[in-house]
Design a protein around this ligand. Structure first.
Ligand code: NAD
Length: 489
């Protein structure tokens, strides 16, 4: 049975989900959210903001900016710590909300909420780190130093696949380093977004520092990117939308951070611990129903062990517990929406029509709702769409390769460059892979997914604007440096 998912501490009218200038308000129109495990069931409404709401949100963010920038960093750190405590206190409600929004297995949803609190605490600590440097000047009478200042007003646009972690790894540094924010979450993740905004408001965030605009991204694009005082956009989502956003601000001095899709390869060499590699590749490809930008979608296996690895992989994939995301035993819930389920089924049908052989699972046998059976296919041409494009579902393509050289060439033959993995006991081969793989994240004997908050995150090629998020990289994005020549007379 699905538990109750309403999360508001203070009941407000359904759909009253815009948070502007410290006040909750409704929009003229509302969108409806559906439980992906029971698409016939509505999980509530979200306010579908209009351009005028976005303009109000920017006005509030502009008005709040000077006082927030002047608030001492330790006070901002304290607020992030209180937000972490508030989120921890509402952890179960947040996990249920997240699962209802987009179908993530409840165990993974709980882990994501814990991670959200950890991200808030990490950035609270970052705010107590040095904010500048001192240099020797050529002039003995001059003290030469730098210090960081906030950028101003930042626009934060987030996807639905990590409704808590991704917003927080942008919001915590944006706000923490003294900026004010207009945040537009994905439609499907609006329920989780409202809960996070409540948490930050409950922690004592002054009015106007965070402004939440729920609604349809394509309708709000011009208002989101057109604001005169916009200083920065941080976006995670599809390449198509990311490119559009970059173009929209290209002729203005707006700092842009884009984290986009992935087509992440794993290489399994003959000397690897094959059982462990099969487990890691299965987890990397199938957990979160394959809807992670770092999910493994291609696996390249050295010929001598290809049959054995395929057998071990099929065994692991077959063991996955697929089902009701609210069931504690479930590892793989539904896809996030009917559209997502249709897209994944289409890629599978295309691959089958091109002659792909099924090694494990059968996406075509998927039951009703938005469920997708984790599936592995082989005998696919390298230029097939299923190999070149991001599927964003539990569909893994297996290739047999002659050696590391062959595997590296094929793995790098992609427009994306987010994450990659190699499985081997040979340190020399592992080090060569680390050097030559064209991705921003590299794993040795680990799945391609999995992110820690205190190290930089991001990709190369079509996966990123080459900026990095999280860790110390977040400081670089959300601040600007002032250089001070101070001469005594
Ligand atoms: P999406 O690009 O469709 O939407 C992302 C956000 O942009 C949503 O809030 C959406 O409402 C908004 N949006 C859509 N059109 C817009 C427009 N014209 N102007 C302004 N905003 C607009 O992506 P999605 O379907 O929500 O998420 C899945 C994608 O995100 C996948 O491609 C996945 O790989 C990617 N992703 C990347 C990372 C990463 O860090 N590299 C992490 C998670 C997800």
């Amino acid at each position: 049975m699905m538990p109750a998912v309403e999360t508001r501490s203070t009941p407000v009218p359904q759909g009253d989900t815009l948070f502007v200038a410290g006040e909750w308000r409704a929009a003229a129109r509302a969108g409806e959210r559906f439980d992906p495990s029971r698409p016939e069931r509505s999980t509530g409404l979200f306010a579908a903001a209009a351009a005028a709401d976005v303009e109000d949100a920017y006005a509030a963010a502009v008005a709040a900016a000077p006082a927030w920038a002047a608030t001492p960093a330790p006070a901002r750190a304290e607020l992030l710590r209180r937000a972490a405590d508030c989120l921890a206190a509402r952890a179960e409600a947040a996990a249920l909300r997240l699962t209802a929004d987009m179908g993530k297995a409840i165990g993974d949803a709980r882990a994501e909420v814990r991670r959200g609190a950890a991200i808030l605490r990490y950035f609270a600590g970052e705010l107590e780190q040095p904010i500048g440097e001192t240099y020797a000047s050529a002039d003995p009478a001059t003290a030469l130093s730098t210090f960081e200042q906030p950028l101003g007003v930042a626009c934060v646009i987030t996807p639905w696949n990590f409704p808590v972690a991704i917003p927080l790894w942008k919001l915590a540094p944006a706000i923490g380093f003294g900026n004010t924010v207009v945040w537009k979450p994905a439609e499907a993740a609006s329920g989780s977004a409202v809960l996070l905004a409540e948490v930050l408001a409950d922690a004592g965030l002054p009015a106007g520092v965070l402004n939440l605009i729920t609604g349809h991204g394509s309708e709000l694009s011009a208002a989101l990117t057109g604001a005169e005082r916009l200083a920065a956009i941080t976006f995670t989502g599809s390449g198509t939308v990311g490119t559009r956003l970059r173009q929209a601000v290209a002729d203005r001095n707006v700092k842009v951070q884009l984290e986009l899709g992935g087509k992440n390869p794993a290489i399994v060499l003959a000397d690897a611990d094959l059982a462990d590699a099969a487990l890691q590749v299965t987890r990397g490809a199938m957990l979160a129903t394959g809807q992670r930008c770092t999910a493994t979608s291609r696996v390249y296996v050295e010929r001598p062990v290809a049959d054995e690895f395929a057998r071990l992989l099929a065994d692991q994939v077959g063991r996955l517990v697929v089902g009701d995301p609210f069931d504690e035993a479930t590892q793989v819930g539904p896809l996030a929406s009917a559209e997502q389920a249709a897209t994944v089924a289409e890629y599978f049908a295309l691959a089958r029509a091109e002659g792909a052989r099924v090694i494990a699972g059968d996406l075509a046998a998927t039951a009703e709702g938005c469920f997708a059976v984790p599936t592995v296919i082989a005998d696919v041409a390298p230029d097939s769409r299923v190999v070149r494009e991001e599927v964003f579902g539990p569909l893994l393509v297996l290739f047999v390769v002659d050696d590391l050289e062959d595997a590296l060439g094929a793995a790098n033959e992609t427009d994306f460059g987010l994450s990659s993995a190699i499985f081997t006991r040979d340190l020399g081969k592992a080090m060569r892979f680390v050097r030559e793989t064209q991705t921003g994240l590299v794993h040795v004997n680990r799945e391609t997914a999995g992110v820690e908050p205190h190290v930089p995150f991001g990709g190369v090629k079509g996966s990123s604007s080459l900026s990095r998020e999280q860790g110390k990289a977040a400081r670089q994005f959300f601040t600007t440096t002032k250089t001070v020549y101070l001469r005594s007379t």
